[in-house]
Write a protein that binds this ligand. Sequence first.
Ligand code: AHR
Length: 334
Amino acid sequence: MSKNFRRVGAALFATLTATALVACSSEQAPSDAGSDGGDAAAATDTIVLGFSQVGAESGWRAANTKSIQDTLTAENGFELKFSDAQQKQENQIQAIRSYIQQGVDVIAFSPVVETGWDAVLQEAKAANIPVILTDRAVDSTDDTLYESFIGSDFVLEGQMAGEWAVEQYDGEGYKAVELQGTTGAAPMIDRQQGFADAIAGSDIEVIDSQTGNFTRTEGKQVMEGFLQKYDDIDLVFAHNDDMGLGAIEAIEAAGKVPGEDIKIITVDAVKDGMQALADGKINYIVECNPLLGPDLAEIAKKVIAGEEVPKRIVVKDEAFDQEAAKEALPDRQY
Ligand code: AHR
């Protein structure tokens, strides 16, 4: 543990909290999550950062973990303590409590679900340990419990997916099924809402929705169930690429052609998803950028240095059709 930073952090905490309150409604301009994260503060000592990751459920998550581990290195001024919660909130709470006990300088985590964090975040606050949220938000009325939230706008992602569906398929009476992410997770709640808002008023109808927990295996299982239950599915909206890739397997096993008989829209744009899009098995992908390590490093350094940080950093996302996927694939980092 870096004693210097803990002392400085404790002394600055009251100021930071006041700053956070003032900045609570401020939003930073969209970030491309692409800087090296190294120039934010003149760090003179190692920052010990405890990170609680959601799990290893998807290609997106693997890329996100790599970005964090590649950026929060000793060369960049960090000692990273990393734990994988295996998609369980109780494991994340346990990890955060352990980081508090160890007296780390900063805690960062990507909350598996939105609710139920206030008690443990109060404990971190009482211990004067600043918290940074990455990727997913918490649903709390007290935004002094964390310094900053770095991540994509999931409602917008769902909306972009729905707008494209309307543009392509409105007027054809499409029946859609939705493969939802982990129940209660911010991207599940927000993508569902964004998609529903965008298709409202069109003749696209969501006839069923079920969670596939953001995994390929469960996405396949849920799609198998949908195919047994309905013989008139025209469109799948999968909340991530992995579930969409599972759905492709189920559709092919049922003797139908993914991307033709049943259209597929997903979110993430990881390499496997982009390859399926280039191959015509997926029809459209809205990106969710997982490269959050550099922004996390920069914000952690600023917080420790007592600098003001934005309460919300919105990561910029693109969207891809088949042609765009073919173009982007050769240089795709994840
Ligand atoms: O929170 C981001 C989501 O979590 C990604 O879209 C999904 O693939 C991951 O599991």
